[in-house]
Design a protein around this ligand. Sequence first.
Ligand code: DX5
Ligand code: ZN
Length: 222
Amino acid sequence: MIQRPALIAPSILSGDFARLADESRELKKQGADWLHVDVMDGHFVPNMTLGPCVVSSLRKATDLFLDCHLMISDPGFYAPKFAEAGADMVTFHIEAIDDPAPLIKELKEKGTKVGIAVKPGTDLKKTLEYASDLDLILVMTVEPGFGGQSFMADMMDKVREARTKTGDHVHVQVDGGLNPETTVTAANAGANVIVAGSAIFKAPDRAATIASLRQAVELAAL
Ligand code: DX5
Ligand code: ZN
């Protein structure tokens, strides 16, 4: 069995937006592998967060891998702007685009890694058609829009399908309701990239929580 890297991606949605640079520097010291940046447009989801100019500022503030999750209705227009702003990974939702192929190509030409996300009610059929060109599949384990929701364990069949039907180069990411316990469930199903907002930001010891999330993935991969 291939040992995929356990990657912990704190979601800055749960952080203090007035001190994103400090948050990103602290998270790096606390052991974060990636910084998960939730982008919401108030249309694809009923919440709003930030745009490419904030990613551009974050890019100057940290060398952490910037993992941008676009919960927006028009990724065809906006996703390249996040790549230009310095995102390392741009993940857009399959529900928001008819034909992802041209966008995947455009993002890759800009040197960005590319992921596709699926909401809880969406199956993987269409996403898997593009899997050979993807770096990541994001299986949402809550309805996108807000942090602090409960993990949907019934998404684990989809995680297993993403893991077993894609090549070794594809990361399987889960996002929503992840804590050290639910991470065991997700990692056993095949997830290796763990997004966590509340569990890390509300923890008295963030470094210890990040370490325990990583350990849960590493133990599952043995
Ligand atoms: C939900 C976001 C998540 C969210 C995770 O739309 O994509 O990244 O911030 O937060 P928790 O870990 O609190 O569920
Ligand atoms: Zn997210």
